[in-house]
Design a protein around this ligand. Structure first.
Ligand SMILES: C[S@@+](CC[C@H](N)C(=O)[O-])C[C@H]1O[C@@H](n2cnc3c(N)ncnc32)[C@H](O)[C@@H]1O
Length: 286
């Protein structure tokens, strides 16, 4: 159903803009994001003054320019279309943010994304799917990715909102806005000991931001639950006969450091796990 809706949106989007005589040298025709959607995208991405925002396929530059004028956000936009890049540069100048945002006439697939703390995109589904491995390869854990209307296939968004867009150029008068937070990698085998001397081993596989796995204490299986990753933050519970342990921590390479509450009502105490075997995030599928 979702795929059908997206492909009809893609066809409608292309038809509207080819019909309007738009330049089509690129993977996606130029359709500007309405300003109320731009504001909602910046809100969902919690964009602020410390961010570096890259808009992929930046059109007239409105997303980067709005972030710079409202929040002082630095950033850049890339677009294949020279005319649009020229418009974006002159608007940035006019709005007094040319020192904060730059625009390059370049293919987004040839762009270094590693500096970004926020990525925005209003591209077609097929382009997003080509982009997905590049995002996982280049972006730091915690980088937010916000898209307008088109998703990343079976990489489920962490959040999604729908807002009314009365002047929408195609389809129903509303837009979907989606947020993904680039997950850290927890795949592999982790070990730790608690102060009572008990040794734990947790084995995890990870598909996109979703880890699944098992945990053992002194080779006895326990129940691993509520496993969650958001950027480099990880949390989970371990349940055994003695009750529920609640772990929170931050992934830093091959270690996770944080706190554990061993029994409900007890004080949290420090906890640290080491990865003894590394795994890869599975980003296959469509
Ligand atoms: C739907 S428009 C979005 C414009 C702007 N981001 C916005 O939301 O208002 C998509 C833009 O992507 C650009 N584009 C398409 N394929 C591209 C590519 N491979 N590299 C860079 N820009 C591309 C198009 O020229 C077009 O301006």
């Amino acid at each position: 159903m979702m795929a059908l809706l997206q492909s009809s949106l893609a066809i409608a989007l292309a038809a509207v803009f080819l019909g309007a005589g738009a330049v089509r040298a690129s993977d996606v025709p130029y359709v500007p994001t309405p300003m109320n959607v731009v504001d909602a995208m910046l809100g969902l991405g919690a964009v602020g003054s410390d961010d570096y925002l890259i808009d992929l396929g930046s059109g007239d530059g409105r997303i980067s320019i709005r972030a710079a004028t409202r929040f002082g956000t630095q950033g850049m936009g890339v677009d294949l279309d020279d005319n649009l890049v020229g418009m974006a540069r002159s608007d940035a100048q006019k709005q007094g943010v040319a020192g904060k945002v730059t625009f390059a006439a370049r293919n987004l697939f040839d762009t270094d994304l590693s500096r970004a703390t926020v990525i925005t995109a209003y591209l077609l589904h097929s382009v997003n799917l080509r982009l997905r491995p590049m995002l996982f390869e280049q972006l730091k854990p915690g980088t937010r990715i916000v898209t307008h209307d088109f998703d990343f296939g079976d990489w489920q968004p962490d959040q999604k909102i729908t807002i009314d867009v009365p002047d929408k150029a195609y389809g129903p008068p509303r837009s979907d806005i989606m947020l993904w937070v680039m997950p850290g990698n927890v795949a592999g085998i982790w070990q730790w000991s608690l102060p009572d001397g008990a040794g734990y081993e947790m084995r995890l596989e990870q598909k996109f931001q979703v880890p699944v796995g098992t945990v053992m204490m002194q080779r006895r299986p326990l129940r691993l639950g509520e496993m969650r990753i958001r950027g480099d933050a990880v949390s989970f519970t371990v349940t055994g006969e003695a009750g529920v342990q609640r772990y929170t921590g931050r992934i830093d390479g091959n270690s996770i450091s944080g706190e554990v509450v061993l029994r409900s009502g007890e004080r949290a105490q420090p906890w640290r796990a080491e990865r003894v075997k590394s795994g890869k995030i599975n980003i296959s599928g469509i």
